[in-house]
Design a protein around this ligand. Sequence first.
Ligand SMILES: [Zn+2]
Length: 163
Amino acid sequence: MTNQKQTKLGAQNSILSAARVRRLSPEQLGISAPGQQSDQIDDSDQGEKLHSAAVDAVGDDEDGIGAAVLTSDETLHTGIPIKGEGWGTHAIELAVSKAVSNGADGISSVAVYSVDGQSGLCGRCLQALADTRDGEVTIEVLSSEGFENSFELTDLTPWVSQS
Ligand SMILES: [Zn+2]
């Protein structure tokens, strides 16, 4: 850049200009500050993301089970069942474990996918959610047909207090 150009730019500096300046907010430019992104995701978007994360977690396994949990700091964590010799983890358990190990806040909602919409949710998984929840937890059950059902955790776990 030459000195001449710099002078010219200075002369057009809108801050020094008496002309009206159109001010754009970060929102108008589609820019969000760190920590504000969640404000721009409405509940339906979050539900969509949670659902697709649970389905995507399954990958190519046609009979697979996938789970996704959303935490109160609005991070998503996914899980699949893992079977080993003498050990194993369920999809929801793994998603919860990943959330906890990543330092996420309490679980606020969970989606679990299986082809028939009947698998992937058991007492162990419910206890994992009860132990790591942030208030009430909505559990959504998905099948290859799409959304099947949703429950509140405390309706399924009467031993857990509502608060
Ligand atoms: Zn389970």
